[in-house]
Design a protein around this ligand. Structure first.
Ligand code: LLP
Length: 451
């Protein structure tokens, strides 16, 4: 089958129209059960709430694994690297390793956690715009596969740490001058932000020249990551063409062929029914098609591709479950306050994103009303969902679930107001097992060691 060319329509697909069950953005295993309950991975949310308490995060193992497989099918021959910043725990590391993925880490902490869980270091890529001496020495000591150079300073600093007789494989993070991503805080493809080395002002080429002069560094390829929650394929194709242009320049100038091209992650998911997600099979086909065409036109061999999805692998596999503590009508606004909030999900406060919460565990016959679902923290910006459609009779004691909660919630969670971070429970084939326990007051007190 011929690969679609660059003029083919963008593969951003609207999420399927919501079915009568309203579960279109939930994990594929989600089912309506009796009395308004919902099952995920065969586990009742009502039972999970009573067994583990609330708030609690559920992670559907089969959904994560299936998403890994979708990537491997869409990018055969490529390295699919899970961006651990989206969410990291030891069980998840096992799942992605077993599925055959690599790992993107961006600190000595992520790196150590992964290595001590048995993740092969040579399958890891270390990122960071400001890697600390500890990050770099951990990477060298543990034998990380690739270190992504993000600034000119890093070249000499890293080189000085590489032991005699050794060579560290590196990539250069290039800013290709492509603007994409759902919010300014997560757009990283243009020169007005802190990551990478510019293609337009020559700093990427300058860094490449310096790396090639360092006998302890082995330049194996280029990297770019243009942003996050990107709903169309076009910016990836533009970035890809510019990266191939740079590979070709390197080839002509130095006579070397860089064997790797890492295009980063950023693939959008649908947070609410009807929103657009990036269609991964189609993304894969078009990227591979464009890569073959551009490399042929530039007269260079096709490099090995890598992609680094985070959100699209784990986001839709997670469900956050809260208990309603208070309902308040203020003027014409209804506030539904739950027992979590910005300490477990700072995303609405940071990026203004919207979710589709749902009453669970009770069937309501009351009509819907528009409500703001808020958290329990001491600030007005502690909002989980604006303009949420909740049953008119929502009341304290009810359970509220928020789907698509698997990425950048708990990895960005805090202990604000000494509330303690929620537990994470894996659900699979009707079984539920605790992966991360709830953060207790004892945990919080344990770090407070001075008077
Ligand atoms: N590769 C690199 C170098 C990255 O910096 C990132 C994300 C990824 C891959 C994975 O991107 P993803 O596929 O997950 O979009 N906290 C924000 C997202 C920050 C993304 C940071 N870098 C949010 O909650 O939307």
């Amino acid at each position: 089958m011929p690969l679609p060319g660059p003029s083919a329509p963008s593969p951003a697909v609207p999420a399927p129209p919501d079915h009568a069950d309203g579960l279109s953005v939930w994990p594929a295993s989600a089912r309506l059960a009796s009395h308004g309950d919902v099952e995920v991975g065969g586990v009742s949310l009502v039972e999970a709430a009573s067994r583990f308490g609330t708030p609690v995060y559920l992670l559907d193992e089969a959904e994560v694994r299936e998403r890994c497989r979708t990537y491997l099918r869409a990018f055969p021959d490529a390295e699919v690297v899970y961006a651990a910043k989206a969410f990291l725990c030891r069980a998840l590391l096992h799942w992605v390793r077993e599925e055959g993925l690599g790992l993107d880490v961006c600190s000595a902490g992520e790196l150590e956690l992964a290595v001590t869980t048995g993740f092969p270091p040579e399958r890891m890529v270390l990122h960071g715009n400001a890697k600390s001496p500890q990050d770099l020495s951990a990477a060298l000591r543990l034998g990380v596969g690739r270190i992504v150079i993000d600034s000119a300073w890093e070249i000499a600093r890293l080189s000085a740490l590489v032991p005699d007789g050794a060579r560290q494989k590196v990539l250069v993070r290039v800013v290709p001058g492509v603007s994409a991503g759902s919010h300014a805080a997560i757009r990283t493809g243009t020169d007005d932000q802190k990551f990478g080395l510019s293609l337009t002002d020559g700093s990427a080429r300058h860094a490449i020249a310096r790396i090639l002069d360092q006998p302890r560094l082995e330049l194996v390829g280029l990297h770019c990551h243009i942003g996050s929650q990107i709903t169309t394929v076009k910016p990836y194709l533009t970035a890809l063409r510019r990266m191939v242009g740079l590979l070709a320049q390197i080839h002509h100038q130095y006579g070397i062929v860089l064997p790797e091209l890492d295009l980063g992650g950023g693939h959008a998911v649908a947070y609410r029914p009807g929103e657009t997600a990036l269609d991964i099979p189609s993304l894969g086909a078009r990227i591979r098609g464009e890569l073959a065409t551009s490399c042929a036109a530039a007269g260079i061999p096709v490099p090995r591709l890598a992609v680094e999805p985070g959100r699209a692998l784990v986001g839709p596999a997670g469900v956050a479950l809260y208990r309603v503590l208070a309902v308040k009508q203020t003027g014409d606004r209804v506030f539904v306050a739950v027992d979590g909030g910005m300490s477990d999900n700072p995303r609405p406060a940071l990026y203004g994103v919207r979710y589709a919460p749902r009453l669970v565990g009770r069937r309501s016959t009351a009509g819907p009303r528009t409500a703001t679902v808020v958290g329990r923290h001491c600030e007005a910006g502690d909002v989980l969902a604006t303009d949420a459609q909740m049953p008119g009779d929502i009341r304290p004691g009810d359970l509220v679930a928020i789907p698509v909660a698997g990425a950048y919630h708990l990895s960005m969670a805090s202990s604000y107001n000494a509330v303690g971070r929620p537990p994470v429970v894996a659900v699979h084939d009707g079984g539920a097992r605790l992966l991360i326990r709830r953060e207790s007051l004892a945990d919080i007190k344990g770090r407070d060691i001075g008077l």
